[in-house]
Ligand binder design. Structure first.
Ligand code: WT7
Length: 679
């Protein structure tokens, strides 16, 4: 929780309340027979939780048996910190578990994906794909990938808008064992280059463009620009979505003599719909997903097949209370380009055989009630979004949700950043009509799935707390030396045991993997704990309260950014000599970006340069990284050893009158000057 948010409680704006679960809650959709929640009581949670820690192999072995395996595992877990192998020797396929399994059980004509496009002229464009439709498309595209030379183990890069072809592409990769690397469509050409090169990817899937707030995001143009910086790509497959005017490259830049650009629809026309799912080893890689860390370079988080599948399946089932045949429609508003979309639009949800909704565009296009019109139109039962979106809805006004019938909603979820109690209460009252349990789910790209979260209608909820650990998660608040902290004492959040969804590494950087996650906290015997980078506290009921990152990572609108990444982008501009970036409280984004910039000689510190620097960062990283505040300053506050004192900058950016301890500051006059600097 940021200080601003904590003050919601302290100022008495929000009472510090506990919401007891409602006994007659059902997650069944309108008109369906009520269903009993998978976890029906707190006693059941406690019993299962105890077992999951004392007998993890028994617990996770049973969970895995709910899914399809081509060959069983010989051992559930092999653990030698920091390396875990789950379901050793087991063979499975995630695309098979998302699709084929349901056709085989007689549900081929059930709806798998509901998709709604952004443009609204003459009503929304809606597509519904059954498991059978999806099977055909995924098999065809898997054959397309093979025809382009993609083999098991080759990384396929995906840079697409939220269209059904995106889900089809990831499932096709999973089907043939080609790990995908999905890049969020809001990232820039440079971000594509870095990721394509790091993963040595030869094939990239994109679209001519994607719709966002009525405009076309020039995806293909960004890919073309990225291709001028790297020569690893042999093939670019292009979905025609917007009819955008795009350049076409017949030859690849690496002159391998192959044709570079291909239309998706041309390749699909020629492809066969017969492509049996490849039996994958449980520990074969499923995907790599880049996320920001404390250095300037994003890291490729690696997840493997079996553990990821079981973990995202089981968390989806219990946390969202998914039931097939109960008229549920599940909607997660994230983009598949983030881990939330990987795990909770596609991979965890689909094996549960509940339709998953994908929406292409912005929440306020053409009007600020777009999300609520989607909920009403598709009778959404479970709705999962980010606190930043909720704060935006609050600002846009209650009249927008009030225009729509939201009675289908049964459960609300949040993810990505701490939710301030005021936003929690608004969500509860205005969207949930005080009838829907809220699941505030704490987790990360690295954890694959929910780690600390309520179970709906079982766990009591407190606005702002992500409550209790999920099965198998041994979470604790510890000091720097690994000692568990008493209640209500802030400390580092640590995970003391392996769990099936845990990351298996950082692509090509073993050292960084160990250093980032497994070096900071150890138990008395020297056994490392997993360190997620968050600070937290636990209250007298054992509930967790996340206090935010304790490293140089900031969480902007639920998206992770490294301060150093933004600094590198700023100093790559000719006018900038030095830059320091810190987070600052922001009404909608939770955390905004404040940049302190020192200019080289001959550059004017004016509004024009400020705009140019913002644009520059947007071009280097993506629009989400554009600083909210840029202050020009003659120098940055440093310690005698030359370290930038970010703590002071954070205070200044937040407008704190009395900044913290300055005794280690090298030059006091710097501080006074920065205070005078204008935003
Ligand atoms: C970081 C992970 C999880 C998918 C989206 C973000 C913060 C995430 C919560 C929450 C408080 C949260 C943490 C975490 N975070 N969920 N419910 N309450 N903080 O994934 O980009 O990997 O970022 O987001 O700081 O470490 P990510």
């Amino acid at each position: 929780m940021t200080d601003a948010h904590r003050s919601d409680i302290e100022s008495g704006l929000i009472e510090n309340r506990t919401f007891a679960p409602s006994a007659n809650w059902t997650s069944a959709g309108p008109g369906a027979e009520p269903v009993t929640p998978h976890i029906a009581s707190m006693e059941q949670y406690r019993e299962m939780y105890e077992r999951s820690l004392s007998d993890p192999e028994g617990f996770w072995g049973d969970a895995a048996k709910e899914l399809h395996w081509f060959a069983p595992w010989t051992k559930v877990l092999e653990w030698s910190a920091p390396d875990a192998k789950w379901f050793v020797g087991g063979k499975t396929n995630l695309s098979y578990n998302c699709i084929d399994r349901h056709i085989e059980s007689g549900h081929g004509d059930d709806v798998a994906i509901i998709w709604e496009g952004e443009p609204m002229d003459g009503g929304p464009e809606i597509k519904r794909l059954t498991y059978r439709d999806l099977h055909t498309e995924v098999c065809k595209f898997a054959n397309v990938l093979k025809s382009l030379g993609v083999k098991k183990g080759d990384v396929v890069t995906i840079y697409m808008p939220m269209v059904p072809e995106l889900a089809i592409a990831v499932l096709a990769c999973a089907r043939i064992g080609a790990p995908h690397s999905v890049i969020f469509g809001g990232f820039s050409a440079n971000a594509i280059t870095d990721r394509v090169v790091d993963a040595n990817s030869k094939v990239l899937i994109t679209a001519d463009g994607g719709w966002r707030r009525g405009s076309i995001v020039p995806l293909k143009e960004n890919v073309d620009a990225a291709c001028t910086q790297c020569d690893t790509l042999d093939h670019v497959v292009v979905v025609q979505r917007c009819g955008a005017n795009i350049a076409w490259h017949h030859e690849p830049s690496n002159a391998h003599g192959k044709k570079r650009d291909h239309w998706w629809h041309d390749l699909m026309q020629a492809a066969s719909a017969d492509c049996p799912a490849e039996p994958m080893d449980a520990e074969d890689p499923l995907f790599v997903l880049y996320t920001s860390g404390t250095t300037g370079k994003p890291k490729g988080i690696m997840h493997t097949t079996g553990g990821y599948m079981v973990y995202t399946y089981l968390t989806s089932k219990y946390v969202f209370d998914l039931h097939p045949d109960a008229n549920q429609v599940y909607w997660c508003t994230a983009d598949i380009g983030w881990i939330t979309g990987h795990s909770y639009i596609v991979y965890g949800v689909m094996p549960n055989r509940v339709p998953t909704l994908m929406y292409e565009g912005a929440p306020n296009h053409p009007t600020p009630d777009r999300f609520w019109s989607i909920v009403e139109r598709h009778k959404v039962t479970q709705f999962y979004t980010a606190p930043t979106a909720i704060r935006a809805f609050m600002k846009w006004g209650d009249n927008h949700p009030r225009k729509h019938n939201l009675q289908s909603l049964r459960l609300l979820g949040t993810v990505g950043e701490p939710i301030n109690p005021e936003a929690w209460m608004w969500y509860h009252r205005i969207i949930g009509h005080e009838k829907c349990p809220i699941v505030d789910t704490w987790w990360q790209t690295e954890t694959a799935g929910h780690m600390i979260t309520p179970l709906p209608a079982v766990t009591s909820t407190k606005p702002g707390s992500c409550t209790l650990p999920f099965f198998g998660v041994d979470a604790a608040i510890v000091s720097e030396d690994g000692v568990e902290q008493p209640n209500n004492t802030g400390g580092l959040l640590a995970i003391r045991k392996p769990w099936p969804g845990m990351l298996r590494g950082i692509l090509g950087d073993r050292e960084r993997f160990i250093e980032t996650y497994w070096s900071r906290i150890k138990d008395a015997s020297g056994e490392p704990y997993y360190f997620p980078g968050d600070g937290a506290r636990r209250d007298a009921d054992g509930f967790f309260w996340i206090m935010g990152r304790v490293d140089d990572v900031i969480n902007v609108s639920g998206h992770r950014l490294g301060t150093m990444e933004v600094e590198s982008a700023l100093v790559s501009h000719e006018a900038v000599v030095e830059a320091a970036v810190v987070g600052m409280p922001h009404e909608i984004k939770g955390t905004g970006i404040a940049a302190f910039v020192t200019l080289g000689p001959g550059f004017d510190a004016d509004e024009d340069l400020r705009t140019k620097l913002r644009e520059h960062v947007g071009k280097e990283i993506g629009a989400i990284a554009k600083p909210d505040q840029i202050r020009f300053t003659d120098a940055l506050p440093k310690t005698r050893s030359g370290k930038i004192m970010r703590r002071l900058l954070r205070d200044i950016a937040a407008g704190v009158e009395k900044v913290g301890d300055t005794t280690t500051l090298e030059d006091y006059t710097v501080l006074a000057k920065i205070r005078e600097s204008k935003e």
